[in-house]
Design a protein around this ligand. Structure first.
Ligand SMILES: Cc1cc2nc3c(=O)[nH]c(=O)nc-3n(C[C@H](O)[C@H](O)[C@H](O)COP(=O)(O)OP(=O)(O)OC[C@H]3O[C@@H](n4cnc5c(N)ncnc54)[C@H](O)[C@@H]3O)c2cc1C
Length: 481
């Protein structure tokens, strides 16, 4: 029987005491700028972004290069001391919060080793913040398409370790599909140099894939070679009102077909989510006149400005004719594009203003997503009176953020107390639809027991791989497995 882990906000572990000789050696390897035991500096690193987990660490290591990472890992390996690697610390499932382990941040490793424009690739160090990499690619007239709400803080090492998703998965795939090569420090301190710009390389197991999505349990990523893409010359965005989620899925298929695959994002939200945004986020307004049950932000990207607007209009026109769309507004300029996207991107902020929610980041085959949302909403509302379901997300790739809050404001704490049985109900339905209990945020601490209960064979294989690479179990213990 699957078990749902509940929030562990009240558990504050003690920082484990390190042998004095190990502390002295780590400090010596890194020099005075490379470590900290100052409580003030440690504070933002030992609590997670949502404030759910409060951790502890005996020391924060801040290596400046791969050799320093390797030296630290080798010393910890010899001493049998556990390490938690950390990037931007934006994990939503407690994956980067140390619970007494040595904490190693990659934030000083921000070097750009190479941009190979003709090869459409760039090689960068693990501590580079995503937004800076998007700018770096644009400076070379290329696109690095990974795009998500935490891009101002999340670092490429963390994004790779969580196989992050975001809004452009529909066209460019998850982070896994954007990585050509990796450099990493393995749990015994060995440096693995797998950096390559090759698209074709059939030399046995694809080792980088083991580290992608491993949440820091198999080693520390120190650098990556990433794919670049042509920079779109023109982006067109429409905000559409629809009668049902089924119509949204059908319109997605039509828009992809009519545009020849130019749809780069396709985000779905119910009227109630739009209402929350309009109520809680200053400066937002509904671009459409009437009210509709569902809304879609549809983004298309084109290599040529010529014909771009006409293509979007053609798709919308066919959508109207087929009775899939009730109304639509097309953004006339960058400022309107920003305004349309803001309605989608501030749902989380509006939700927070409404109150606490039990959140589920799940995926379902796109074709079955409307049925899942309808069935899960009915089941949750029947079993948990007073529940308000806020289901929205990346419909283009089947990723639903199925969040459940208390309908009444002020009833949060009583409602959140039911998180475990509520999540179990949602995850059971996800399983019955052939979906996944973690679409893009990962497992971390939050969903570890749930994963073990639902995918025992997968977890046994992952444990065997973990034992082979990390027999002492020092890399991010307690997370994922
Ligand atoms: C506002 C907001 C919006 C978000 N939106 C999305 C979204 O749309 N899609 C999505 O997928 N996620 C989203 N996230 C979640 C989060 O941003 C991603 O999981 C991101 O990839 C984490 O990157 P990070 O650098 O912050 O990693 P951290 O949180 O620091 O670490 C995440 C995991 O990776 C490990 N790790 C970090 N660096 C390394 C390294 N160099 N080597 C080995 N292991 C490492 C850590 O130990 C941990 O297990 C969002 C988060 C926030 C706060």
């Amino acid at each position: 029987m699957p078990v749902t882990e509940t929030v562990t906000a009240t558990q504050t572990p003690a920082a484990r005491a390190l042998p004095d000789s190990l502390t002295a050696q780590l400090k010596q390897v890194l020099g005075p700028k490379g470590w900290s035991q100052d409580a003030h500096e440690l504070a933002p690193h030992i609590a997670d972004w949502r404030g759910r987990y409060q951790g502890a660490t005996p020391i924060l290591l801040k290596p400046a290069n791969t050799e320093e990472v390797a030296a630290c890992v080798r010393l910890c390996h010899e001493a049998g001391v556990a390490i938690t690697p950390q990037g931007g610390n934006t994990s939503l499932c407690g994956a980067a919060t140390p619970m007494g382990e040595v904490l190693l941040t990659l934030k000083r490793m921000t070097g750009v080793r190479e941009v190979d424009v003709d090869n459409d690739s760039m090689t960068v160090e693990a501590g580079c913040v995503l937004e800076n990499l998007q700018t770096l690619a644009a400076d070379h007239n290329r696109l690095f398409p990974l795009s998500l709400g935490s891009q101002g803080s999340a670092m490429i090492g963390g994004l790779i370790s969580t196989n992050a998703g975001g809004v452009h998965v529909l066209r460019y795939g998850m982070t896994r599909e954007l990585v050509l090569g990796l450099e990493a420090v393995l749990p015994d301190g060995t440096i693995w140099s797998g950096l390559t710009g090759l698209r074709k390389d059939n030399t046995g197991y694809d080792l980088k894939q083991l580290l992608i999505g491993a949440e820091g349990t198999l080693g520390i990523i120190t650098a990556a070679t990433l794919k670049l893409f042509p920079r779109p010359a023109r982006m067109e965005v429409a905000f559409c009102g629809l009668a049902s989620a089924e119509d949204a899925v059908k319109f997605l298929g039509l828009a992809k077909q009519v545009s020849g695959g130019a749809v780069t994002a396709f985000e779905l939200m119910p009227r109630m989510a739009l209402d929350m945004v309009l109520e809680h986020v200053p400066g937002t307004r509904d671009p459409l006149e009437g009210e509709h049950a569902w809304y879609v932000v549809c983004e298309m990207s084109f290599g040529r400005a010529n014909g771009a607007r006409e293509t979007l209009e053609d798709a919308l026109g066919q959508g109207f004719e087929a009775g899939l769309i009730a109304d639509a507004a097309i953004a006339e300029n960058d400022s309107q594009i920003h305004d349309f996207w803001r309605l989608r991107e501030t749902i989380a902020e509006a939700e927070r203003a409404h109150g606490k929610a039990v959140k589920h980041d799940v995926s379902i085959p796109v074709s079955k997503m409307p049925a899942f949302m309808a069935q899960a909403t009915t089941a949750v509302e029947a079993a948990f009176p007073g529940a308000l379901v806020i289901a929205f997300g990346h419909v283009g790739d089947g990723n639903v953020h199925f969040n459940v809050a208390a309908r009444e404001t002020g009833a949060d704490d009583d409602f959140i107390a039911q998180a475990a049985p509520l999540s179990r109900l949602v995850y059971d339905l996800v399983d019955s639809f052939g979906g996944s209990i973690s679409a893009e945020h990962g497992i971390g601490i939050l969903k570890r027991a749930e994963l073990a209960a639902r995918k025992p064979v997968d977890v046994a294989v992952m444990r065997a791989i973990k034992t082979a690479l990390d027999p002492k179990g020092i890399m991010n213990p307690r997370v994922l497995l």
